[in-house]
Design a protein around this ligand. Structure first.
Ligand SMILES: [Zn+2]
Length: 217
C-alpha cells in the first residue's frame, strides 16, 4: 500500500512528479484540483455553487472536499495506493485524512518538493511570450535567436502577467502560508516528511531523489 501525500510549491514540477509516481507505482493520481474542475464541468447544480466559490476565491468547505476524497479513495483502483495532490490543504483536512487512514491501518508517506525561491523566481521571470503567435521562450533555457524578438515573426516578446516577479512572489508566499501549518502538523505528529529539493534539476533527477527518499524513509 503506497499512500503518498504530495506537496510541491509553484515551480517545483509537482504535476510531473505526480505523473511519474503514478506510472512507476501503478497507482492513481488523486488531484482535488482536477476533481473540483471535473465536478464543475459535470454537475450543473453543485457545479454552479462550486464555480461561484472558486471564482470568488473562497475555498470549498473542508466537509465537501473530505467527502469527495473519501469517495475517490474508496474506489477499486486506489486499493493498492494513491498519490494525493492538493489535499490535505488545511489542518482539519489533514486530521480527517489521518483518521480515515488510521482506520484502515495505512501510514501515509508525505513528500514535499521544496524549492529555493530565488532560483524559481529567476527561472519563471525569464519566461517570455510572443504576443502575435503565442510561442513561449525562456531567456535562460530557450532564448530567441535575436534578443527579445520572436524567431517566427520578429514580434517583440512580452512578459505574461502571471510571470511578473511580484505575482510569482505572491504565489510562493501564499503557498507557504497555506502549506507550512499542514507540514508542521505532520512533523509534530511524528510523521517523517520527505523534503526533496526540486529547485534546479530535470524531472528525472528529481524523481530519483524522491525514490531514494522513499526507500530511506
Ligand atoms: Zn511570434
Amino acid at each position: 500500500m503506497k499512500a503518498i501525500v504530495l506537496f510541491g510549491s509553484p515551480g517545483s514540477g509537482k504535476g510531473t512528479q505526480a505523473r511519474m509516481l503514478t506510472q512507476c507505482l501503478s497507482i492513481p493520481h488523486v488531484s482535488t484540483g482536477d476533481m473540483l474542475r471535473d465536478r464543475i464541468r459535470h454537475s450543473v447544480e453543485l457545479g454552479s455553487c462550486l464555480a461561484a466559490k472558486m471564482h470568488s476565491g473562497a475555498l470549498v468547505s473542508d466537509g465537501v472536499v473530505n467527502l469527495m476524497v473519501e469517495e475517490r479513495l474508496a474506489q477499486a483502483d486506489a486499493a493498492n495506493g494513491f498519490v494525493l495532490d492538493g489535499y490535505p490543504r488545511t489542518l482539519a483536512q489533514a486530521e480527517h485524512l489521518g483518521h480515515w487512514l488510521d482506520g484502515r491501518g495505512i501510514r501515509e508517506v508525505v513528500i514535499h518538493l521544496a524549492v529555493d525561491y530565488n532560483i524559481i523566481i529567476g527561472r519563471l521571470t525569464g519566461r517570455r511570450e510572443c504576443p502575435r503567435c503565442g510561442t513561449l521562450y525562456n531567456l535562460a533555457f530557450h532564448p530567441p535567436k535575436v534578443d527579445e524578438l520572436c524567431d517566427l515573426d520578429g514580434a517583440k516578446l512580452a512578459i505574461r502577467d502571471d510571470d511578473r516577479e511580484s505575482v510569482i512572489r505572491e504565489r510562493l508566499d501564499a503557498y507557504d502560508r497555506q502549506t507550512r501549518p499542514v507540514l508542521d502538523y505532520y512533523r509534530n505528529a511524528g510523521h517523517r516528511v520527505l523534503d526533496v529539493d526540486a529547485s534546479n534539476d530535470p524531472p528525472d533527477v528529481v524523481f530519483q531523489k524522491v525514490r531514494l527518499a522513499m526507500r530511506a524513509g
